[in-house]
Design a protein around this ligand. Structure first.
Ligand SMILES: [Zn+2]
Length: 93
């Protein structure tokens, strides 16, 4: 059982977890740091993937606690536009 949230990516930066979950069984935090950085928890029930590009989760919704904050990526938005939006947010605080 898996789930891939298309059109969504984790909010990263200061104080943010990024693409991560906490395993509800052994209470281990796992985090995917890059697009193909697949991480599985110690007991093997849940996993994360996708880094900063997309959120991929496997395991049942009751097996883990979601730690990521998610933002919706607008359809058709180019990588350049996304980066420009990120820069705007970083300088705007
Ligand atoms: Zn586990």
């Amino acid at each position: 059982m898996g789930c891939l949230k298309t059109g969504a990516r984790p909010v990263t930066g200061e104080g943010k977890t990024g693409n991560g979950i906490m395993d509800g069984n052994i209470e281990e935090i796992i985090e995917s740091l890059a697009r193909h950085d697949y991480r599985q928890c110690g007991c093997g029930r849940v996993s994360v993937d996708g880094g900063r590009e997309y959120l991929k989760r496997s395991g049942g919704p009751l097996d883990f606690e979601e730690l990521s904050e998610v933002e919706v990526v607008e359809e058709g938005e180019s990588e350049e536009e996304r980066q420009a939006r990120d820069r705007g947010r970083q300088t705007g605080r």
